[in-house]
Write a protein that binds this ligand. Structure first.
Ligand SMILES: [Cu+2]
Length: 146
């Protein structure tokens, strides 16, 4: 009987302290396509809200810390090819991202080709061939918005 009370008490306090945590952290990314991909990666159990801002690179995420840990959240984002403050990007997934979603090259490379690619003022550049095909159906998104 005593054990049952202890277990009941444990379950009660456990649910009492189950709380929704809201936090923000940085995730590498450039454009609307990155935003969709990052937010979709957090469409998982325990996460109740996720919104990433391409300007600030910050994600606001709300989660139940009884169901998922912050580490697991970072890992979920890393797994789709985007590096976070805590984890690096899955290299295979990252390599398959469209050009506009690739991490920006080091600034050093920009001195010789100032207006090209990541060196241009707006990181979002023209679509590659594969992306152009998608533009007919998703006109205002990602590189298609140009
Ligand atoms: Cu992108």
């Amino acid at each position: 009987m005593k054990n049952i009370i202890i277990i009941a008490l444990f379950l009660f306090t456990n649910s009492l302290f189950a709380k929704n945590v809201t936090t923000t952290f940085k995730i590498d990314g450039n454009c609307q396509l990155c935003k969709d991909r990052i937010e979709k990666s957090l469409d998982i159990s325990g996460v109740t809200f996720a919104e990433w801002d391409p300007e600030t690179k910050l994600i606001t995420v709300r989660f139940n810390d009884n169901k998922i840990t912050l580490e697991e959240i970072h890992a979920a984002v890393g797994n789709v090819g985007h590096a976070t403050e805590k984890v690096s990007a899955n290299p295979d997934k990252q390599a398959k991202l469209p050009a506009c979603c690739q991490p920006k090259k080091p600034v050093k490379a920009c001195s010789s080709s100032t207006q090209k690619g990541c060196c241009a003022k707006t990181p979002q550049k023209a679509c590659d061939t594969k992306e152009k095909q998608a533009c007919s159906t998703e006109k205002k998104k990602g590189c298609c918005s140009k």
